[in-house]
Design a protein around this ligand. Sequence first.
Ligand code: 5GP
Ligand code: MN
Length: 320
Amino acid sequence: MSKITLTETAKVLLAAKSVIIASHINPDGDAIGSSLALMHTMTKLGKDARVFIDDAIPSIFAFLPGAEKIERPPETITEKLRPDLFVILDASLDRVSRVRELVDAPTLNIDHHVSNDGAADKLYLDADRAATAEIIYELVKEMNAEFDYENALPLYTGIATDSGFFRYANTKPFTMRAAAELMEYGVKPNLVSEATEVKPFAVVKGLGAALSAAEIFHDGLAAGIFLDYPTVKELETTEGFIDEIRVIEGVDVAVLVKCQGENMCRVSMRSKTLDVAKIAMKFGGGGHVRAAGCTLKTSFDEAKKIITEELNRALSEEVA
Ligand code: 5GP
Ligand code: MN
């Protein structure tokens, strides 16, 4: 792996005639937004560009131009795709699932996660950026490409969703300036928040039930929502649930554990001070200091026990 600069990254992109862009499973607004914006920009530069994500695309992102063009690897991969360049956005190579088996090409990884594993051939990592979409915004300029509604809307969406609509600690003057400039191309912030925050009635009721069952521990420094498999099965999404307990007075760390199968529990963490990326990485996950996640291949009860114990330990150490 070699770490490269923004200028070198732009050159690598410009040198390719065909690219396959991939992002992580459990795709969020930044994964989808930065992928679509780069695909559109590369296409306008006359290149052959495709996006592959090995997961379902949440319906809340269907409003993004080009969302319908996102492809998924076939059930059985019989033939490898060989573009000039394989670009992995917003995650390390290990989180693109089967796209890795589908594509055989030199890899360029563009990311803002401190936990990036550095496995790609070339890496452009800027952990000070609130979103990978901010980096793509910089690259559009660096490549002397143009902004229009088709790349501005997904870029704005990536930046807005990853910064909690400009509320999280990762929001910098740069974040706001980039967003303001993207608005010049017709982006309407109210429409982006309406589209991405819409929830089915059943999910809002599920949120109510999850909040009723929420727990606080470690003298009120931690709050948790723990959802077993039958509960999760009834919910289309748990997006935003963790934000509702993050705000509890005195809470530093919020955790959401949701079991998606027999021995498959997803963990999301948010914090004000504790380094949750460190905890997630301990369990093979990753993320940022204040927002991270991992998957525990254990039963629901075991996952709940493991993560509460780990948070109790980390919070004791921090105070000590
Ligand atoms: P979320 O809790 O919203 O799923 O994720 C919070 C942050 O942690 C995001 O930046 C996300 O990319 C990262 N993250 C979540 N789960 C994982 C994981 O299993 N592995 C890695 N490397 N990062 C994760
Ligand atoms: Mn991101």
